[in-house]
Write a protein that binds this ligand. Sequence first.
Ligand code: SAM
Length: 287
Amino acid sequence: MEVVRASAAYLSDRGVEDGRLNAEYLLAHVLRMDRLQLYLHFDRPLSERERAACRPLLRRRGAREPLQYLLGSAPFRNLTLRVDPRVAIPRPETEYLLDVLADVAGSDRVFDSALDVGTGSGAIAIALAAEGRARSVTATELAADALEVARNNAAARYPEIDFRHGSLLDPVRDESFDLVLSNPPYLAEAEWQSAEPEVRDWEPHGAMVAGDRGLAVIRELAGALPQVLRPGGWFGVEVGCTQGPAVSRLLRTASGLESVEVHKDLTGRPRYVFGRRPLPEKTHDRH
Ligand SMILES: C[S@@+](CC[C@H](N)C(=O)[O-])C[C@H]1O[C@@H](n2cnc3c(N)ncnc32)[C@H](O)[C@@H]1O
């Protein structure tokens, strides 16, 4: 516990939020235990070897390298995903995108074919497969090195997920899906510049930032969506908290979706937009 306390103070002094929690995670990682076990063994002395293993990790965290890159993993729903600086770190907000999906489309709805656009570590695609939300899952990603991380994350348990390299919907141009989800880059350049060092100095710029005040990627995706979204199919996207109205307009006009609504995250911020492609008008028999 002395080491935990000293490490927590070291990290807090360097501006790390939740220094104590970070210190616990790093120490537990070195000792190959979970955080609870640290407290059960609060009086266990550390060997010099163990201390030596902690030091560089604490130093790197103090220099604001993200905790998840240091641990090499991040939790996402019931999964533990491998992450490194090739991919954006999966966030709790994105976990909640799947809860919003259950709210809008029904928690027992199983989609025939789902698409995750900009899959990064594979988080959304793998969660859809793991939770049995779709019979087949495809994912696209522009960054080849990110795709490698996603493929590795899926390989052992979800080898059936079809990962494709390319921009937005280009790799699936001739296919169709009844669910399309995306957590695309949506930060404006200025937001990136003022982000915490963990984000600005470590996460891939192309994963987080889009032109046109953060809307460029979503705009392009919205324009191409009708080519792949089946009538009656759902689209859901994570957005920045001021972007809901603009993205709703895009989904109504450029994508032709109906039932377009902005949904809030657990802290009450408007962070998701969902909409549905209308079914074709029934042709009435006039006779
Ligand atoms: C915010 S990250 C989200 C990653 C992952 N889906 C998640 O939720 O953790 C956005 C991802 O979209 C990818 N991306 C950016 N532009 C893209 C494009 N034009 N086509 C496909 N993927 C793109 C980035 O490389 C990055 O992996």
